[in-house]
Design a protein around this ligand. Sequence first.
Ligand code: SF4
Ligand code: F3S
Length: 104
Amino acid sequence: AYVVTENCIKCKYQDCVEVCPVDCFYEGENFLVINPDECIDCGVCEPECPAEAIVPDSDDKAAAWAQLNRDYSGQWPNITRKGDAPADADAWKNKPDKADLLSP
Ligand code: SF4
Ligand code: F3S
């Protein structure tokens, strides 16, 4: 499965949502997650993310985020259409240490 990681926080561009063939993204206030049981590993979302937040779960960067994607995908609503990104999304792009800013 693919995993959404820290770079998505407060960027939430949602380009990923538009391309997913199985609609397995789930939406929080300032972050999205992938349901790993629904993801078919097609990989098309990975290059679509302007923040480079999506990685395969085999990636080192995925380790801290895989369980979080699993947990929140069971709690948050499904999202299948791209909405507006936050107005200050570009200002948060590539900022380090955003993990504590995730809104549950
Ligand atoms: Fe959806 Fe494919 Fe991305 Fe998995 S890898 S979340 S199935 S677009
Ligand atoms: Fe987040 Fe990138 Fe999707 S910023 S909402 S994973 S396009």
